[in-house]
Ligand binder design. Sequence first.
Ligand code: UDP
Length: 495
Amino acid sequence: MTQLDPIPVTDEATPPVVTRPTLPEADIDPAEPSLLSDTIGAERTAGLTAAVQDLQERLDGRRIVDINSTLTGGGVAEMLYRLLRYSRGAGIDARWFTIEADPAFFALTKRLHHLLHGADAPGPALDREATTHYAAIGERNAQALLRSVRSGDLVTLHDPQTAGLAGPLRHAGVRVVWRCHIGTDNHNHRTDQAWAFLRPFLEPADAFVFSRAQYVPEWLADRQVAVIQPSIDPLSAKNRPIDSDTAAAIVGRIGLRAPTGGDGPAVYRRADGSIGVVRQDPTCLYSEAPPPADAPLVVQVSRWDPLKDMAGVLSSFADADSFLDGAHLALVGPDVSDVVDDPEGLRVFESCAELWHRLPTRTRARVHLACLPLTDPEENAVIVNALQRHATVVTQKSIAEGFGLTVTEAMWKGRPVVASAVGGIRDQIEHGVHGILLDDPHDRADFAAQTGGLVKDQSRADFLGAGARQRVLEYFLDDRQLLQQAAFYRYIAAL
Ligand code: UDP
C-alpha cells in the first residue's frame, strides 16, 4: 500500500454536524426474497434463496451495514432500501445509516461527484482547508456510527460523501467496502483531481465496488475491486404493475393530464396493505394547463442536476416543436428543498423555470415542469411509476450517468426510451433493440428527431418497449444484484 500523507483532523471551523448519539437509521421492513418468484421464476428464486442463506450462515451474526448521505432522492437511496429489505427477509442483520454534514461539506462532495463524472465543476477548492473539513466530518460520523457497528461487521460506504469514514472504521476493526455509483469511461484531469483528493481517505478500505469496469481508476489496479451493476425491484412501489386507467388518473391528479369524465380514482395499494390515495400536489408546477388526455407525453424524471440536462431536453423540444407532432413534455424531479446532499437542485430547477418562461406561448403550453414532494416516499414512488407507465416516450438525455436507474425503470414498464449513450446506460440499452441510444448527448437536433420519430411510430415504439422489458427481466432485476452482492460479501467476510 502507498505511504499516505497524514490527514489533519481538527475541530476548528467544524460545526457540530453530528448531533445524535448515533447516525440516523432507516426503518426497513423485511421482505422474503421468495416474493420475487412470480416474476423471476422458481429456478432463479431457488438460486437466490440458497446464496443468501449461505451468506447469512457465514456472517455468523456479523452485520451488513450501508452508509450514504440521504434516505430519499436519487438512485442510491432508491436501491439501498430494497436490497436491505430482501437481505433482512433472509435473516441477515442489515442496517442503513446516513451521515450528517453541513452545507459546505455537501457543496464539496457535489463538486467531487461532478469531477468523478469527468465534468466541469465549479465549487469549493479542493485545498488543505477542504481536506481538513472533509476529514473531520468523516471522523465524527465514523465515531457516531461506531456506537452501532462492531468490529467484524461489513460496512459499505457509498459515493464521495462517505469516503472519510473508511480510515476510522477500518481502524476500529470494521470491514470496509467503498462503492462508487458514478464515473466516466474517459478519465481526464478532472477525474484525476477528484481521485487525488479522495485517494488518501480510501486507501484503508478493504475492497471497492464500481458500476462499470471502465470507471475503476488506475490506482486501484492491484486492489480488490468488484463490478456490480445496479438493479430495480419489480415489486416496489416504483415498479409494480399499475393498470393504465389508474396510471392516467394519478398523472391527472398531479396536473399532468387533463381530467376526463370517465377518470377513476388515483389510488394504489400501500406496502402495509391499506389503500393509498394520491393527495399531494407537486411542490412546484410550471404548466399553463394540463396536457389533453389523448396527447402523447414525453417524460423525463431526474434529479435537478446539470448532468441530467433537463434544460437541454426542454430546449430541444422547443427547437423542434413541429417535429414532435402535438406531443407534450413533462420534466419531473424531486422537490428541490428535500434532497439534502444535492445543493444544486434549486439552481437547476430555477434555470429550467426561466427557460420555460421564455418559451414562445405556443410551445410553453406544451411544456410542464413539476417537483414532486418526498415527504411520503411511497406516494412519490407511485407517482413516478404512473408517469413512466403513462409516458409515450421516456427520455434520459444525461451528459454523464453512472448507471441510470430511471432508464431501467422505464424499460421495465415496456416504454420506449431515448437516452444518451453515456456511462452505464450503454450497458442497459443495445441501440435499436431495447431503446434508442444517442451518440452525442449534446446533439439537441438528434435528440428531438429520435424522440419525435418514436412519438409518431407506434409499432417501433412497441417493438423497443418489448425488447426493453425483456432486457430488464434478464439482467437488471434485484435478484441478480443480490446474488452478486452475496458472493462479494462472502469473499469480504472471509478476508
Ligand atoms: N426519482 C424519484 N423521484 C423524483 C426523481 C427521481 O423517485 O422526483 C428516482 C428515480 O425514479 C430513480 C432515482 O431517483 O429511481 C434516480 O436514479 P438514477 O440512477 O436515474 O440517477 P441518480 O439520481 O442516482 O443520479
